[in-house]
Design a protein around this ligand. Structure first.
Ligand SMILES: [Cu+2]
Length: 95
């Protein structure tokens, strides 16, 4: 990635013992490629899988390294996500 890259990257720490996703809301701008990186902790529990129902994304997280989810930014929208049991919730806003 060069300094001229227009990509947007944000990080979310996953911790089942610390109320879930931190931060639980992230915002991206429309029109630029966006990546949400899930940073593991030592308390993944049932959060070892993340589900973006609206985007049809169901992804295993890795307890050792970050896992990237590409977020579509072609139009404004709000994408909720959750752990595989729908207990912990987070939100991505594209505007
Ligand atoms: Cu869960």
């Amino acid at each position: 990635m060069s300094i001229f890259s227009k990509d947007q990257t944000k990080k979310v720490v996953v911790n089942a013992k610390n109320h879930g996703y931190k931060p639980d809301v992230v915002t991206f701008k429309t029109g630029k490629p966006a990546q949400l990186k899930f940073i593991p902790s030592d308390n993944m529990g049932c959060m070892n899988e993340v589900v973006f129902k609206d985007l049809g994304i169901d992804k295993k997280l890795d307890s050792q390294k970050e896992v990237t989810v590409n977020i579509p930014t072609d139009k404004p929208g709000t994408y909720n996500y959750a752990c595989s049991m729908d207990m912990f919730h987070g939100k991505v806003i594209v505007k």
